[in-house]
Design a protein around this ligand. Sequence first.
Ligand code: AMP
Length: 354
Amino acid sequence: MTHEKKTIGIFGGGQLGMLLAEAAKNIGFETNIYCPDHESPAFKFATNQTIAEYNDKQILVQFIKSVDYITIEFENIPQNTINFIAKSGKLFPSSDAIKISQDRLMEKDFCVENHIATNEYTDVVNISDLSHWNYDKKSVIKTRQLGYDGKGQRVINTKSEAEQAFKEFGNRPCILEEFVDFAIEVSTISARDTHGNTFTYPPSENIHKNHILNTSCVPASIDQKTENTLYEISKKMIKNLNYIGVLAIEFFVLKDNSILVNEIAPRVHNSGHWTLDGADISQFEQHIRAISQLKILNPKLIFKTKMLNLIGDDVNIWKDKNSSKNEKIYIYGKTETKMGRKMGHVNFLEEFKY
Ligand code: AMP
């Protein structure tokens, strides 16, 4: 190792934290995972663990002192906590970038301000705001915050359906957006370091089942021009966010090949799990490198990869099997199998034929 042993603090203890901790360990870092849950998968590879609520100021102070760099594995950490950690100067990505991606309205506004195409939307603070929308076309109402895997969002066709959903979401601030009749969904995983380097992995083609990511395939079935545009948009977003670390961007590609940004995630992402085997450097290592002021690398694509998520009981088919040359199995070790819960994933690899 060329660098001395430093410690990376990671907020969140799920599978993303686990794979980040493993990558950090592999390149010579220690880790401290901060999570309220005693049985977090991320503890498996962590050097240290901090089990506490995210707003426990005393523990936060100790935690910040004990680490050199801090990052997050999920964006829904309370904003007060994000602001508090940010003051240490150790947090990457920045609190501003995290705040934007915690809020669907801010994400969409960011796209518009930066001339990046996104679907039409409007801000809904009160139920009366639902009157300023044209219901001739199908729409989607989404809570601005804390939505994931289809939670806090509903497709609607009429104003009364929108009102019903708004009330069921607890009258929380929402956005109402155009339903997109997309041809395919793709995402990019980009990284930017403190030395000004950026890198974007080849886009993955994503298929969702019940609003949860089911498969991600690389290469995606898009033409070179579309792929190049995705690289351009990704580079523009990561630079304009002044972002350090790995950023995931989800897109809709329409039948005419036009591209709209759906949403962003300020972290490593499920649709980037293919990089664990399909590329020679994973998204997890890139993120650790970027946030610890190392230079990111230029990973190479080594396999065509299809990543399959193991959701709920799907894990039972795979949990006792061993990985093989072409099937790499990852079981997260969560104690309870729940419907809709991500329990593991498999990467299916195929050689490139030239
Ligand atoms: P999100 O949480 O916004 O990523 O939404 C989860 C999934 O729901 C997306 O990946 C899409 O498959 C679908 N979805 C979300 N918003 C829209 C939309 N405006 N039009 C069509 N499908 C959508």
